[in-house]
Design a protein around this ligand. Structure first.
Ligand code: AMP
Length: 460
């Protein structure tokens, strides 16, 4: 199938050809005609499948006629992270270059005054993160009754981040006569329930079997112990032909620790997590995208949905808590048919989580045993042994413990981290990471932020 078979306008086809896409991806092939017919669409697609273009291309054509009124956007796209929202905005800019559409990006870290100015002029496309949207809605600075197309991108991540109550509040302000497009990499029952609530007879499009991983990604586990994790990872990176890699940690503080450790060992590395200032995040992203740094240590939320082509490797420093995150993480490599390699470090405490992942992807992950080191005793056995020792001779155990020497480097790294002690945002409404909201109030974009994010963009 060709792009010209999908019903897109000549202007949009011209822009797509200039971007260099030869043919539509499966999600584009199926979603674009349905969206142009004004049907609600529920798209189950992983990152890297071309889903952003699947909804932005037809939206550009649907918006070609008509004009936005002040404070009343004609379309609303909700995205869980600032980076993802920025990427969607870039797609609109690229694909919509031959249409006259105005766009605003409402994300945390940007000056509220600027955003209000843009909105007051009227925008065709409004791309926002839920926290900032709620803020502006509550101040009465934005009216949603003219929204004709509502897009909920990465719905499963919204759920995971605890954004669904915000999304529901926003959706309640939208007109009932609208088109709703919902995209999610995974189809959890909660997402299905959400779709039923927000959508009318949606056309369901799946481009991959649920919970599948791309065939182009070779996956391996490497066994290790808690103390040896960083060294095992360094050995792996040194021996693999790493062009560039994303390294995932479960916690922000581990991102910091690992980043410092890599820096100490003279790796070309940057870190990305939700507590960093927006300007810094953008700068880091650009440096990694442009090949100025080889390794990006990151948390799931910060890295979700980022469009970073040509990532040769993904390393799971920690086994993800949610098996779905494994798919998202390794989806960063092996994109658009390219080959990629994904490694996951396994400690004795991780076997249950590993089993859940293997069950979900329907395959056993091969061990790359030449990098494996001896594991700690299984947590159960450890607990048992400790209990026994305490009962009989606690002092012996204590003495033995004090003799244990930590590797020099690891000790130092941990120390630096404790000194820094960045205040962590509190859990609110069950949200796992509240950085977007908490952070919005205290920071502004750095000078690296593209100008179009600060202003509406006339695409001509
Ligand atoms: P997404 O799933 O939207 O994050 O897109 C992943 C990557 O695929 C991005 O780098 C897009 O530029 C690229 N892409 C989107 N559509 C196509 C296409 N039809 N042909 C080739 N690459 C594409």
């Amino acid at each position: 199938m060709k792009f010209s078979d999908l019903g897109l306008s000549q202007n949009t086809l011209k822009a797509v050809a200039e971007v260099g896409y030869q043919e539509p991806t499966p999600i584009q092939e199926q979603a674009i005609p349905e969206i142009l017919k004004r049907n609600d669409v529920m798209g189950i697609a992983q990152t890297g499948t071309g889903k952003t273009a699947a909804f932005t291309l037809p939206m550009i054509d649907l918006l070609a006629n008509g004009r936005a009124k002040a404070l009343m956007p004609r379309t609303l796209i909700l995205s869980p992270t600032r980076e993802l929202a920025t990427q969607i905005a870039e797609c609109f800019q690229q694909y919509g270059k031959y249409q006259k559409l105005s766009m605003a990006l409402l994300i945390g870290g940007e000056s509220m005054v600027e955003q209000q100015k843009v909105l007051s002029r009227g925008v065709d496309v409004l791309i926002a993160t839920p926290g900032r949207m709620i803020d502006l809605c509550e101040r009465g600075r934005i009216l949603l009754r003219d929204v004709r197309v509502f897009v909920l991108d990465e719905a499963d991540r919204m759920l995971d981040m605890g954004f669904i109550p915000d999304v529901e509040k926003i959706a309640a302000k939208l007109p009932t006569m609208r088109q709703t497009l919902l995209f999610s990499a995974t189809m959890l029952p909660e997402i299905k329930a959400l779709a039923q609530k927000f959508m009318k007879f949606p056309v369901e499009i799946r481009v991959d079997p649920p919970m599948s991983t791309a065939d182009t990604v070779e996956q391996f586990i490497v066994k290790t112990n808690e103390r040896g994790k960083r060294e095992v990872l360094r050995n792996l990176i040194r021996s693999e032909n790493v062009q560039n890699a994303m390294i995932f940690c479960n916690r922000k503080k581990d991102v910091d620790i690992l980043f410092k450790s890599f820096t100490k060992h003279k790796f070309s590395v940057a870190a990305l997590h939700g507590d960093m200032a927006q300007g810094q995040r953008t700068e880091t992203m650009n440096a990694f995208r442009d090949g100025h740094v080889q390794l990006l240590v990151c948390s799931d939320v910060a890295a979700r949905g980022l469009d970073l082509p040509d990532v040769s490797h993904v390393f799971n420093f920690d086994v993800p808590v949610n098996p779905e995150d494994y798919i998202h993480r390794i989806g960063r490599t092996g994109r658009a048919g390219r080959a990629g390699r994904a490694f996951m470090l396994i400690t004795s405490a991780d076997f249950k989580a590993l089993a859940a992942i293997e069950h979900m992807i329907g395959q056993k992950i091969e061990e790359m045993s030449r990098f494996s080191v001896e594991m700690d005793p299984a947590p159960e056995a450890k607990k048992h042994r400790r209990g026994k020792a305490k009962k009989t001779a606690p002092h012996i155990l204590k003495n033995q413990k004090s003799k244990k020497t930590e590797p020099k480097e690891e000790k130092k790294v941990v120390k630096t981290e404790t000194i820094k002690k960045k205040p962590q945002p509190k859990k609110q409404n069950g949200k796992k990471e509240v950085a977007p909201k908490a952070f919005e109030k205290e920071s502004a974009f750095g000078k690296t932020m593209p100008a179009f994010m600060m202003n509406d963009v006339k695409l001509s």
